[in-house]
Ligand binder design. Structure first.
Ligand code: APR
Length: 254
């Protein structure tokens, strides 16, 4: 890994100091130093041991709900005691020192930005701790009241006692739409920011990765923070090769 020159770091810090609006697009890599596996890292990424199409699609869940439910239940369990790292904390503390200046947009479902104290986090891929019904609730249509997720009958997965509807994790699977309000807000943050930090994402998954392009088109400086090359390096004005725990506290120390 080539060391980052002090000049490059100072240049990026200068951009950040001048920026009235900063957006951060984070991915699995920002949680790697908390012990959470990424998806695409060659040896340790989740997709090195599991096939996404067997676990992270609606078809997979319908074909084998118990298998998919159990896989997510295990991930939830492993995440329960995981603490945010100094990268998450640097972002949260910056937000506290500079209210309204920095927006966190994340692809992560692990809730670690929120645990670190970040506010207004735009979670584009949902939240692994929450559940939602697989299908629109039958009872909701008939009786104008929805079944409550909390009242689901225990099971793997839990189900509705009345109509058999299944609970699924409230994460965005491949082929699914992103939550519209979060995506709109993220697009707004990307187009209005003056600097976008793209931290710990391989930049392979759209529409999230498209936000870096939108930021650039909107006139922002785009800065990558990642120990490896990414698909978004060509979009960036600066590529900082290093880990988020090493770099974020240095970039956001004012
Ligand atoms: N600091 C910064 N970046 C890191 C670190 C670290 N300590 N460790 C690893 N990385 C980088 C890797 O080099 C890689 O570029 O994090 C990135 C992780 O990439 P992916 O595993 O592809 O994760 P992500 O980009 O978040 O994936 C996007 O794909 O499967 C879906 O829904 C899932 O939200 C996820 C989406």
């Amino acid at each position: 890994m080539t060391p980052i020159s002090d000049d490059l770091l100072d240049q990026v810090r200068g951009w950040l100091r001048q920026a009235r609006k900063i957006a951060v697009l984070s991915g699995a890599g920002i949680s790697a130093e908390s012990g959470v596996p990424t998806f695409r890292d060659a040896q340790t990424g989740l997709w090195a041991s599991f096939r996404p199409e067997e676990l992270a699609t609606e078809e997979a869940f319908r074909a084998n709900p118990t298998r998919v439910w159990d896989w997510y239940a295990e991930r939830r369990e492993r995440l329960r005691d995981v603490a945010p790292n100094v990268g998450h904390v640097a972002l949260a503390e910056f937000q506290q020192r500079h209210p309204g200046r920095l927006t966190v947009i994340t692809q992560n479902v692990d809730g670690l930005h929120q645990k670190a104290g970040s506010t207004g986090v735009l979670a584009l891929h949902g939240n692994i701790y929450q559940d939602q019904w697989l299908d629109p609730c039958q009872l909701a249509r008939r009786a104008h009241e929805s079944c409550h997720v909390e009242q689901a009958e225990a099971g793997r997965p839990p189900s509705c006692a009345h109509c058999g509807n299944l609970l699924r994790p409230a994460v965005v699977w491949f082929g699914e739409m992103l939550p519209m309000a979060a995506l709109r807000a993220a697009e707004h943050a990307a187009t209005e920011c003056e600097v976008m930090l793209v931290v710990g994402t391989s930049g392979q998954v759209y529409p999230a990765a498209g936000l870096a392009h939108e930021a650039r088109q909107g006139g922002a400086k785009v800065v990558i923070v990642n120990p490896q090359a990414t698909e978004l390096d060509d979009v960036a004005h600066a590529v900082l090769v290093g880990s988020s725990c090493q770099l974020l506290p240095r970039l956001l120390d004012f």
